[in-house]
Write a protein that binds this ligand. Structure first.
Ligand SMILES: [Zn+2]
Length: 51
């Protein structure tokens, strides 16, 4: 399973319909809304720092 970086849900890459590629890495999303949020600001979600 991959993790949706926006909402934290687990997403199965085999069935994921919503994906984005950012700096060579594929991200998987549970919904079009999460993908849209990611695409609007991929650096925020694609390079998560340890809180
Ligand atoms: Zn999501």
């Amino acid at each position: 399973m991959e993790r949706d970086p926006v909402c934290g849900m687990d997403v199965d890459p085999k069935t994921a319909k919503h994906t984005s590629v950012h700096e060579g890495k594929t991200f998987y999303f549970c919904s079009p809304g999460c993908k849209k949020t990611f695409d609007a600001d991929p650096h925020r979600y694609g390079h998560q720092k340890k809180a």
